[in-house]
Write a protein that binds this ligand. Sequence first.
Ligand code: F0G
Length: 356
Amino acid sequence: VRAWRGLIEEYRELLPVTRDTPVVTLLEGGTPLVPAQRISQLTGCEVYLKVEGANPTGSFKDRGMTVAISKAAEQGAKAVICASTGNTSASAAAYAVRAGMTCAVLVPQGKIAMGKLAQALVHGAKLLQVDGNFDDCLELARKLAADYPVALVNSVNKYRLQGQKTAAFEIVDALGDAPDVHCLPVGNAGNISAYWMGYQEYAASGMASRRPRMLGFQASGAAPIVRGHPVAKPQTIATAIRIGNPASWDLAIVARDESGGAIQSVTDRQILAAYRLLAREEGVFVEPASAAGVAGLLQAVEADPGAEPLVPRGSRVVCTVTGNGLKDPDWAISGAPAPTTVPVDAHAAASSLGLA
Ligand code: F0G
C-alpha cells in the first residue's frame, strides 16, 4: 500500500504535463466509489456513487484545477480569474494559494451558496459579485482574460477537462471495466464532456473493454441543451447548475450522441427528493445540484407501459455526486423539524427522545 499522490502523479502519462510542470496539488482525486444499496433496490440496477464531495475543496472542480493551475504556473502566470456558481471559485481560490498566485472570481450576486462564498473569501480571493447570472459572469471573465494579464481557469481552459477526465479512469480502475450507464448533473457541460473523454481514452488504450452511455441531467428551469436553445433567465434551487448557455454545449452533444446516451431535465422537486434520499437512505450528504444525476436515474428506470426504459433493470450504473452538502446547508435545515431544547437532565432528555 502507498499513499495517494494526487491525480497528476497517479495519471501523469495520461495528462498534458511534463517533468518541467510544477505540480500544484492538494492531493485531489482518489474519491470513494460507494455502492448505493437503497438506490440499487429502488431501480433494480447495480448503482454506485462517485463521491466527489470528498475532494479537498468539496467538489469535482479540484480535478480540473490541479491541472489548470499547474499549467498556468508553468507558463508563468501570476494571477488567475474565473466565473463561477461557487465551486469553481472555491477550488480556484485554494489552488491559487498553493501556487502563490492571486485569484479573482466573478459570481452571480445572491445566487451562490454560503459555504462556497466562505471558501473564496477565506482563501483570500478577490471576489466580485456581478449584477447578472453565471452566463454574464463568464462573458465578463473571458473579456478580462483576453485584455489583461490574468489566466482564465474556467472549463473553457482545455486543461480543466483534462484533469476532470481522471474520474472516469478511477471508476474503471475500481470496477475493472466501464459501467453500462453514467449519470451526472449538467450545468456548464464541462464534466460530462470530460468523463466521455476519459472513458474513450481508456477504451482506446485497452484499459476498458467498452464505454458507458452518458446520461446528463439539467434542472428543468435551466435546461438549454434539452430545449435546444439558450435560456435567458435560468431558474433552479440547484444554484450550481443555474446556467442558461453552457460553454461546453457542443462537446456535451457529442458525448450524448457518440455514447448513445441522453440529456434530459428533472424538476427541482425531483432534485430535492433525490437529495433527501441520498442523505437519509445512503448516508451521503450532497449539495442539491449533485442530486440531479440520481433524480435523473430514478426517472430513467421508469417507462410507459410496453416501452423500454432508458435504463433497463440489471444495468451497472455510476452516478457522480459532484459536491459536498456542507457547502449549501440551507436545504438540509429548511426541510427538517426544529431541534428541541432540553435542560441538563437525563429524564427530560430521555422522554424528549421517546426513550422514557
Ligand atoms: N455539480 C456541481 C456541484 C457544480 O458545481 C457544477 C458546476 C456542476 C454539477 C455541473 O458541472 O458545469 O461541468 O456541467 N459548477 C460550475 C461552477 C459552473 O462554477 O462551480 P458542469
